[in-house]
Design a protein around this ligand. Structure first.
Ligand code: B12
Ligand code: SF4
Length: 491
């Protein structure tokens, strides 16, 4: 029994990664783990169904969620998964119309009105940070306060919607209890990254900051906003101790955008790991203007083996256009320093940015091949709702996809001067050119430290290479199979 069930909706690896599905990254739903931690602490009986990680169909997810006999279901979604969240909510209502369904997360926070208009099956939406909202919302569902008095909601009235006051950001993130990992079925066993992205298992994901003050125009920051807030070094170390002692975790992926923003705090985290001789290897994400050689050397000593940087494009003009706030000199310096510190550098790039020419994309690929980019991740540009660049996107090209296509592997936006076919070919070509080089394959193999990783690497590498060389099933056929899997009825 549980009064509240938190749900990560069904989503297939094909929907998320298309033909790269063998490289899927199964990460625990960190937002729901935060919400579960606060609701449990408040004495609310809580369960969690991670339908995506468990590979559940809608029918299975609905049955599982209702088996707890909840009065409220809280579902989270990014733009890609919002229509699945709605389909799930609709099934819940059909099975038991007295259960209330609340929705929150990055998509609802970015497009609250349009989402509530499109999907009447959501009773209420939660905009922004959720830890205080969920507690107050549960009080409102119990009739102990009015919905209007809860900040950060979008509510229905007379066939339309209205918002309550804006939810203020938490000033002290350390007041959030440690993530409720115990709510996950099969953690950490089923939460594994793609083979080229981990050294050791079990792996857990964490983040140590919220918000980002940079101004990148394509970035979706509707949940945590522009001000960076930090979990303290001690809080991060306590999270690590907990994961190591309770779950035997040996590798951690820090997913926050700017883990090195406060050098003092980053040093304290690394020094703490060393002082306590934590048997942990890890990766993190940063910006090229937020690292230096001393910091990188210390990170290496503390177990860091890869840092990801958002490099986006090897064109000064485009970096300015997207307001990245960096330049190619800083990129080269950071890659060089990362290499000197013997940490692998992963570069995130985008294909099909507004105003990007075919030559500029070609320059980007050449740059990545030439510089010390050990792992190359290129995604198709997506003008996500709520981002500055989405506001006047029609001026730069044509939108051809809807929310459900926004997985960064499908063409949803065709910049002026391109056709969809040209863009797709250029994107696939970029991936093929980087990965199908002996140097890249040897480098990936060199980083693998376990049989599990090696087996996974060979299997996924062969499937993807087969697709590049021979071609695979049509996308339409895959789409249909993926839908059938989600809509299968449990006998
Ligand atoms: C880690 C991460 C990943 C991981 C894992 C995601 C996961 N399982 O949680 C990986 C690498 C797998 C990944 C994949 C993708 N990601 Co991602 N990811 C992130 C990142 C960096 C952190 C996410 C996170 O854990 N946040 C911390 C938690 C606490 O925040 P939260 O989930 O938003 O939850 C809070 C609130 O939203 C709210 N809340 C959430 N749900 C609900 C429900 C209710 C009822 C209530 C009351 C409150 C509430 O309360 C929570 C606590 O405050 C964010 C950027 C960011 N800063 O958030 C991008 C981000 C979420 N990803 C994004 C995208 C686009 C994707 C992908 C579609 C494509 C891709 N490859 O990048 C896939 C889709 C995956 C999926 N199934 O959701 C976008 C989403 C934009 C959008 N509008 O869709 C973001 C915002 C990045 C960005 N700035 O553009 N991602
Ligand atoms: S892309 Fe990264 S650096 Fe830029 S605004 Fe978003 S989180 Fe900040």
């Amino acid at each position: 029994m549980a009064e509240l069930v938190l749900v990560n909706p069904p989503l297939t690896s094909w929907e998320q990664y298309c033909y790269l599905e063998q490289t899927s990254n199964n990460v625990a739903p960190l937002g729901l783990l935060n919400l579960g931690a606060v609701t449990k602490k408040a004495g609310i009986e809580t369960a969690l169904v991670d339908a995506e990680a468990l590979g559940l169909s809608f029918d299975q997810a609905i049955k599982k969620a209702l088996s707890f006999n909840p009065s409220v279901i809280a579902v989270t979604a990014v733009t890609l998964s919002i229509s699945n969240a709605a389909e799930f909510a609709s099934g819940i209502k059909e099975a038991n119309s007295s259960v209330r369904v609340a929705v929150g997360g990055p998509h609802l926070s970015a497009a609250p009105e349009e989402t509530m208009r499109r999907y009447p099956e959501f009773d209420v939406g939660a905009i922004g940070e959720g830890e205080v909202t969920i507690i107050e919302l549960m009080d409102a569902f119990r009739g102990e306060r009015s919905f209007d008095s809860v900040d950060g909601l979008i509510l229905r009235k007379d066939g339309g919607t209205y918002r309550t006051s804006k939810r203020k950001y938490l000033d002290d993130l350390d007041t959030i209890p440690l993530q409720a990992w115990d709510l996950l079925e099969q953690f950490p066993d089923i939460y594994t990254p793609p083979a080229h992205s981990f050294g050791r298992l079990p792996v857990a994901a964490l983040y140590t900051t919220r918000g980002c003050p940079a101004q990148c125009t394509y970035c979706s920051k509707n949940v945590f906003g522009n001000r960076i807030r930090f979990f303290s070094a001690e809080y991060v170390l306590e999270s690590l101790r907990h994961l190591i002692s309770e779950y035997g975790v040996r590798e951690v992926k820090f997913y926050d955008d700017n883990m090195t923003f406060s050098k003092e705090r980053f040093y304290a985290i690394c020094e703490g790991m060393l002082r306590e001789k934590m048997d942990i290897t890890w990766t993190c994400v940063s910006r090229v203007d937020l690292v230096d050689l001393d910091l990188l050397k210390l990170a290496k000593k503390a177990g860091c083996w890869q840092i990801s940087y958002g490099l986006e494009a090897a064109s000064e003009r485009l970096l300015k256009f997207i307001r990245k706030g960096t330049n190619l000199d800083k990129v080269r310096q950071a890659l060089d320093m990362t290499h000197k510190a013997r940490i692998r550098a992963r570069g995130y790039y985008m294909a099909g940015l507004p105003t990007q020419t075919q030559e500029e994309l070609e320059d980007t690929v050449r740059f990545a091949l030439k510089e010390h980019v050990d792992d190359f991740q290129i995604h198709l540009f997506v003008p996500f709702p709520g981002t500055p660049i989405s506001e006047n996107i029609e001026q730069y090209g044509e939108m051809i996809g809807d929310w459900h296509d926004m997985n960064k592997h499908k063409v949803v936006f065709i910049p002026n001067g391109w056709t969809a076919d040209e863009l797709e070919k250029a994107y696939n070509n970029a991936l093929r050119r980087f990965y199908l080089r002996p140097k890249a394959i040897i480098s990936y193999l060199g980083q693998i430290r376990s049989w599990e990783a090696l087996t996974k690497f060979v299997k996924s590498g062969m499937t993807v290479a087969w697709h590049w060389i021979v071609g695979g099933k049509s996308d339409a056929k895959h789409d249909a199979q993926s839908r059938a899997k989600l809509q299968a009825k449990d006998s």
